[in-house]
Design a protein around this ligand. Structure first.
Ligand code: SF4
Ligand code: SF4
Length: 92
């Protein structure tokens, strides 16, 4: 079982040092998780440390492919509100 970093990762480096398994590595075009090393932090922390620190919603997926920090979870802005705001910005 392993988490996965996807293309929305902005290469901020925050997750790499907090991984207790040294499973995260810099790669192109974005950081990746070595599935053989990732333990999902089970037995070490209550929360996956990478997802706890990651500032980008949706950049880290769980083993089922579901975003650990889904849209709105970090900003507090619901996806609907965000879509409205983006539409308004584009209208100007
Ligand atoms: S879930 Fe834990 S072990 Fe897996 S990559 Fe993230 S910090 Fe490392
Ligand atoms: S913390 Fe998130 S955005 Fe930053 S490098 Fe890790 S996965 Fe990418």
């Amino acid at each position: 079982m392993s988490l996965k970093i996807i293309e929305s990762c902005v290469n901020c480096f925050a997750c790499e040092p907090v991984c207790p398994s040294k499973a995260i590595y810099e790669a192109k075009p974005h950081f990746l998780i070595d599935a053989k090393k990732c333990t999902e932090c089970v037995g070490e922390f209550d929360e996956p440390q990478c997802a706890s620190i990651c500032p980008i919603e949706g950049a880290i997926l769980d083993a089922l492919g579901i975003a650990i920090n889904p849209p709105g979870s970090l900003t507090g802005i619901s996806p609907e509100k965000m879509a409205e705001a983006m539409a308004e910005l584009q209208a100007h």
